[in-house]
Design a protein around this ligand. Structure first.
Ligand code: ATP
Ligand code: MG
Ligand code: MG
Length: 384
């Protein structure tokens, strides 16, 4: 059987590996963490850094195609792999998605609306008074931020330099704080021939910069949903993208769609597809990068996806008490097998499906929040 190479061994890669196994492929995972969720399930785990030429050489020599679940692969590694093997998506997509300045310039050139922003590459740029700038704003490091890490809120012009220093004087973007009506995301797959299939739009609720819950269908009018899909497809086309791409959007009070950022891989907000869509984002990723037919992605039932963070785990290393979750007929519990629970660490998620005929996700969202509150209360008791 063909070997598929995977850059990154996190939970996104774990589900890719499961899909690949289901469809008869072997999977080799490159990730430096010996306990990585995907490495645990891989046919071979190359436990090395993303710049390790021996490991990259092994992957290139054996894998029919190499894809990623992690965008921060060093550019030199991605370019080397693309020269010696089939890397999908290609190095340009990774380069665009791993640097907010490059990403925003690319998106503007593609005609996509963004929140007002400025590159801040030094103290001078940070000091340049920004007289016309509207605060509040957010200063974000250009590279390596996730789950809201590498961000500082800025409420006045003189706060920019302070925030820039606090973030370590690395290249940043200053972004106007958007008056959010809600947040949505589009996950799509694009095959080597340019054929695209989008998943239903997810509506996302964040807490402390981390995704808390996604609900599908999103509470947006049908034309806005169609517009979000069209924007995501335009981005994929402009990158001549192959694989699964996620696009995060802000929906403003005026109903306008602004792109927040893109991810060149499956996305946390697409986890609902594991149980509530006719094909998952991970199987679709496999189909896309292997040049297989993409499946139509149809929602089976309204769904709420709840992230399970390490905050819910007792400090003694046991699992939280999931008995109420497990009693639900329409709940699917997913745990990633990570050995160490830390606050803010994504340990698993829960998909709650509504009755198929139900028009919206209101009921399952209420149930998800109630289960989340119970789990949080349980964790509180545990850590007393
Ligand atoms: P991810 O884990 O999605 O990669 P990240 O660290 O790249 O997260 P962002 O997506 O930039 O962070 O921001 C995290 C969240 O913070 C957003 O989903 C949104 O809720 C809020 N946020 C970020 N930028 C803005 C903004 N300009 N206006 C309003 N809210 C924002
Ligand atoms: Mg991000
Ligand atoms: Mg984000």
């Amino acid at each position: 059987p063909a070997i598929l190479g995977l850059l990154g061994g996190g939970q996104l890669g774990r589900y890719f590996a499961i899909s690949a196994r289901t469809m008869g492929y072997r999977v080799w995972v490159l990730d430096p963490d010996p306990d990585s969720p995907a490495g645990q399930l891989a046919d071979r785990h190359l436990c090395a850094g993303f710049d390790d030429r021996d490991a990259l050489g092994e992957l290139a020599a054996h894998a029919a195609v190499i894809t990623c679940e992690f965008e921060n692969v060093p550019a030199a590694s991605a370019e080397w792999l693309a020269r010696h093997a089939l890397l999908r998506p290609d190095p340009r997509a990774l380069a665009v998605a791993q640097d907010r300045i490059v990403e925003k310039r690319f998106l503007e050139a593609a005609g996509v609306a963004l929140a007002p922003w400025l590159p801040i590459d030094g103290v001078d740029a940070a000091k340049a008074a920004l007289p016309d700038w509207k605060f509040p704003a957010i200063l974000k490091t250009a590279r390596l931020g996730y789950d809201g890490k590498g961000q500082q809120a800025v409420t006045a012009p003189d706060g920019v330099v302070r925030a820039f220093r606090q973030l370590g004087e690395v290249p940043c973007v200053l972004e106007q704080k958007v008056d959010l009506e809600r947040e949505v995301s589009v996950v799509l797959a694009r095959d080597p021939h340019g054929r695209c299939r989008s998943f239903p739009v997810a509506e996302n609720v964040h807490r402390g910069g981390i995704l808390h819950l996604s609900r599908v269908p999103a509470r947006i009018p049908e034309p806005v949903e169609a517009q979000a899909e069209a924007i995501a497809q335009r981005i994929a086309e402009q990158l001549d993208y192959c694989g699964v791409l996620a696009v995060e959007f802000f929906v403003t009070g005026a109903g306008e769609l602004l792109v927040n950022e893109i991810a060149p891989r499956p996305h946390n907000s697409g986890h609902y597809t594991l149980d509530a869509v006719t094909v998952s984002q991970f199987e679709q990723q496999l189909r896309a990068v292997c040049g297989l037919a993409l499946a139509p992605a149809e929602l089976i039932a309204p769904v709420a996806m709840l992230n399970l963070l390490g905050d819910l785990w007792p400090s003694d290393g046991r699992l939280p008490d999931f008995s109420r979750v497990l009693e639900q007929g329409r709940a699917r519990l997913h745990l990633y097998g990570k050995p160490g629970a830390r606050p803010g660490r994504k340990m698993g998620h829960l998909n709650l499906l509504g009755p198929p005929g139900e028009p919206d996700a209101a009921q399952v969202v209420r149930l998800a929040e109630s289960l989340a509150a119970d789990l949080a209360a349980g964790a509180g008791r545990g850590s007393g």
